[in-house]
Design a protein around this ligand. Structure first.
Ligand code: ZN
Length: 462
């Protein structure tokens, strides 16, 4: 199957170029001046007046993730299908090590869930929740298997939490084997005390989730993680950064030349603690950790994206239905499953940053595709429109209008965090490894098309 994507503006971090893109089989074989391709093809896609960009890479998803007796609502099939609808053609999902189990059995478990079920390509990060001699050794085997990013938690005592000593040991191992430590940086020990005080005082509404996790405790944990990384020499990637205090710590480390990186998520750019405070338990729809912040943080986050102190936008897609899942926390905010849906709308939402003048077109592509490809060892197979790269291609209509809604989205969750939001821009056509999976309103993908990506090491290390 050969395809010519013609007449569009091909985007990359360095610019926008009028060009035609030739696809043969699963790969891009040529990028040529408009109208200059002499060969014949099976299919022509007219991208006139549209952008042609490398498929989005969402480096932070939680499909079928166990949490507090339930699991996140999207399966690998529904979640990757929704991702494709929104122009994302690769996800990196978190395999979750339960305490008392091994990393390699955890990886096997995630392969059982994902293999044969994904509509787009996928890789794994490994959540290390049980640090001991055995799991430290297993980290090396994970790196060999293409899972070289290890997430740890300074939050959730008794569940995923690691002590500073355990983090230090895992960082030393990552320093030796080339892995990168990813950190959920919130001071969970202090937060748990604030949560207990709130519940004891009868403050049980969803907004308390935000009030008991103040931004200072994200800033403190981020700073502490950075110091541990400095002592050990390990690369560090701060996930879902939400607070100006945390961004400041990251910026200082980066100015210092340390291998410290950070991502933020659309919910921290577009939503706030005011959403968490919505009445009638509506706020539960917006419970995620770190929590949505005061709006005053949003400007700092956009600026961080411009200055590259924030290098990546991921979603932390972890959907729980309002009915029966979020409702587990009625009367006790600490029992609301943590997480929000988002994998389908990341490309669209960050494009609103272009529409609103916060980001350039080039930066949009960089933070949603090219940088995650390099950060997670997938470049140049992914993250760029170039000969030899996988034909993961999005044709994007910059002028179309759409309204985000649970009634039209493809995620298996009964609400949208952006219900009724009218936006500019819309995915038109999506190719995943040379296969047209989305064509206007038509779905032509299939579960099992997506392949596991054994990833190389982080390409940004100095
Ligand atoms: Zn997460």
């Amino acid at each position: 199957m050969s395809i010519l994507v013609k007449g569009g503006a091909v985007l990359s971090p360095t610019g926008s170029v009028a060009a035609d893109v030739v696809v043969d089989g699963e790969r891009i074989t040529a990028v040529v001046a408009p109208g200059s391709w002499p060969g014949t093809v099976d299919t022509v896609i007219d991208a006139t007046g549209k952008y042609v960009l490398p498929g989005g890479i969402d480096g932070h998803t939680h499909m079928e993730m166990p949490f507090g007796g339930t699991q996140s609502a999207d399966t690998f099939e529904t979640g990757t299908t929704a991702a494709a609808w929104g122009g994302t053609t690769t996800i990196v999902d978190f395999a979750v090590q339960p305490k008392g189990s091994s990393l390699l059995s955890t990886m096997d478990r995630w392969h059982e869930k994902a293999d044969g079920n994904c509509a787009i390509d996928y890789g794994f990060h490994m959540i290390v929740s049980d640090v001991n001699d055995g799991t430290l050794k297993e980290m090396d085997a994970c790196v060999d298997a293409g899972v070289n990013t290890f997430k740890m938690f300074m939050a959730y005592p008794g569940v995923f939490y690691s002590t500073d000593g355990e983090i230090l040991l895992a960082m030393q191992r990552a320093r030796a084997n080339g892995g990168t430590i990813m950190m959920h940086a919130e001071n969970g020990i202090a937060i748990d005390q604030l949560v207990a005080q709130a519940l004891a005082a009868g403050r049980t509404d969803p907004v308390q989730h935000g009030l008991t996790r103040p931004p200072e405790l994200e800033g403190e944990a981020t700073h502490r993680a950075i110091q541990l990384a400095k002592v050990t020499g390990a690369p560090l990637y701060i996930v879902h950064l939400s607070a100006a205090q945390a961004l400041e710590a990251v910026a200082i480390a980066r100015n210092d030349g340390q291998n410290v990186f950070a991502e933020t998520c659309p919910q921290y750019l577009f939503l706030s603690i005011e959403d968490l405070a919505k009445p009638d338990f509506e706020g539960a729809k917006f419970v995620a950790s770190p929590p949505l912040r005061e709006k005053s943080h949003q400007g700092a986050l956009w600026q961080g994206l411009r200055t590259n102190d924030l290098s990546v936008v991921s979603t932390d897609h972890c959907p729980f239905c309002f009915v029966e899942q979020k409702e587990l926390g009625r009367g006790d905010f600490s029992k609301i499953p943590n997480g929000m849906p988002g994998v389908e709308h990341r490309m669209d939402l960050i494009y609103q940053g272009v529409v609103g003048g916060e980001l350039t077109l080039q930066r949009w592509v960089e933070v949603t595709s090219t940088t995650p490809a390099r950060m997670f060892g997938l470049y140049p197979r992914k993250g760029v429109i170039a000969p030899g790269s996988d034909a993961d291609i999005v044709v994007y209509d910059p002028n179309a209008r759409q309204t985000l809604s649970a009634s039209t989205h493809h995620m298996a969750v009964d609400y949208s965090a952006y219900e009724g939001l009218e936006i500019t821009g819309r995915v038109d056509t999506v190719l995943s490894r040379g296969r047209v999976v989305v064509d206007g309103d038509g779905w032509h993908g299939a579960k099992g098309h997506g392949r596991f990506l054994s990833r190389e090491l982080n390409q940004y290390l100095n």
